[in-house]
Write a protein that binds this ligand. Sequence first.
Ligand code: SF4
Length: 707
Amino acid sequence: MIAPLNAEREPAMNVQLSGCLRPFAPDAARALVRVVVVGHVDHGKSTLIGRLLHEAGGLPEGKLATLAAVSARRGMPFEWSFLLDALQTERDQGITIDTSQIRLRTPARDVVLIDAPGHAEFLRNMITGAAQADAALLLVDAAEGAREQTRRHGYLLHLLGVRQVAVVVNKMDRLGFDPDRFRAIEAEMTAALAGLGLTPAAVIPVSARTGDGVARHASATAWYRGPTVLAMLDAFSPAKAPADLALRLPVQAIYKFDHRRIIAGRLESGRIGVGDKILVMPAAKPARVRSIESWPAPAPSPAPRAATAGQSVGITLDREIFVERGHVICAAASPATPAKRLRARVFWLDRQPLAVGGEIVARIGTASSPAVVRTIEDAVDPGLLASDGADVIEQNHVGEIGIELRQPLATDAHAADPNSGRIVLEFGGRIAGGGLVLATETADAHAPSGRRARDQAFVGTRTARMDLDADALGAMASALAPVLAALSPAQRIASLRRELAGKIVFTTSFGLEDQVILHLISQQDDNIDIVTLDTGRLFPETYALWAQAERHYGRTIRAVYPRHDDLEALVARQGIDGFHRSREARIACCNVRKVEPLERALAGARGWIAGLRAEQSAHRRDMALVAAEPDRALIKLNPLFDWTREQLLAFVSANDVPVNPLHARGFASIGCAPCTRAIAPGEPERAGRWWWEEEQKKECGLHARSS
Ligand code: SF4
């Protein structure tokens, strides 16, 4: 527990602002945790950081008193944010301070607080590896709650892959430390973050201005049982030390000395010892380490027997195998993946946008390979922190790409190993981008044969997609329909996967049907993208189920969000709840929040799996188990099309499928919170959706494009 701090007593913690009076020397024995502080500037970020600096102790002697005196002379009350302003001014004058990286020392941790003023630059630094954050403080103004701005900051953390987040609800003093208001924000933020796959480590009520909740709790928050902000900094887990990860030794050079072939490189992670079993990746050639060499010859002391991450070493192996620069020496028990295809989140720097079909060179460690961009998704303008809906990645934008490598490269997902999971992209002979490897696929994961080989030629190119004309799709759907009708839902999904090469997308809105399909997909080695359309108006229970389903099935359910500009224009035009006014207003809202994002979710897909059932409504009875969608150049499968609600309920209870608790309160078909109500016994399932509309007008356009 961190004791309260004040100016009079001995400081328990130190602060370093580079060059300040009290130098900070990182202690190798203490864990270092890097914490990014995100939040709107008006929500009190500077005040919180200023207050943290003070509470942690170690500020330059007399700094506070000087600032207080200056404020008094000017007839202004002292503000904590002045502290950062003053330090910033000193930095601007070249005197002392780097306010973007502030170091504190807590009892258990060395902490680097990273201020993130500009999203674009920060994203670039994080994605290209120039900066790293292990955790985040996300600031919310208690009076404003979780606004769009705060959701975007959550999205920023999601993009960066920061999993440890504490929400700091600031300015509680202005609301008299009202527990009800705090709990409402806590629920709102927890749901919003759940939608991004994040669970807050704590939601902390504070007043940065008065210091309550920063290093000590106020009596006014006696109802709160969680940590203070400083205690939270102390509790964040630091990143795993490189030495504790699996062995990765990218080969830089091979030297021949007398009879020895010495393999030289820098140990990026793990440890290596004489006698260890290794695999040389990507070819997976096995060997044992015969010696670790040192120069000059170590006599009279013995040659080293082991080395650890960070050291440059030369090793010899116990057998003659082909090794060259670019190969990676890996622990035999946990080698890197010999990836032939990979998905990466990249920051693109080149003036020419990155497009599908683009030919690039991918570099990982000391290896490189020519590559072709097969897919582009979720291109994001980092300035707006919103998807720009483009199918290219513009200069200084972020996006997810799928690439195919001409030669396999040894790599890991960034989440497993931050060093070997980084990729650099070259375009036209210059470095044009860089990023994080999200997923890898080996050369033989989808070895094409026969019809699949033909189909695979279509994957990811627009021309090829157009080759699948309406007639060809129609014929494929007609051929599949009788075959799939005779199968179980699980077999239908597996069969579609077998029949279609390329991307298949399952869109879930976490209904009963969707949860059953998610369960079935998770039982198969499916290679199916699971996507949800986060309209921003879902029930907190739905966001919580999203997080629960990801945990339960160990799957990522990717969110596609409405385009920010469209959303702003919609709300400006008809207000936040304008959809009640007319059918046209509802369709407009659905188009922005669901229909347009769906088109992005399905971009490049050959197959679409959805949870429609015939008995749900008269409208849905006219749909089909399998259908061709020529406009989207895909085949759509509703694997539960002929199931009854009773079958669904029996399946979820027999298989422990997590379901939305709202069902127990009478909700049947669950969509956006303001457009859904519980139904009375005997009412049709979809009676609770857009209940103010006539029966035949209830579809929103997602499943009935004619709407
Ligand atoms: Fe808008 Fe309601 Fe449609 Fe959701 S269901 S997108 S809130 S009209």
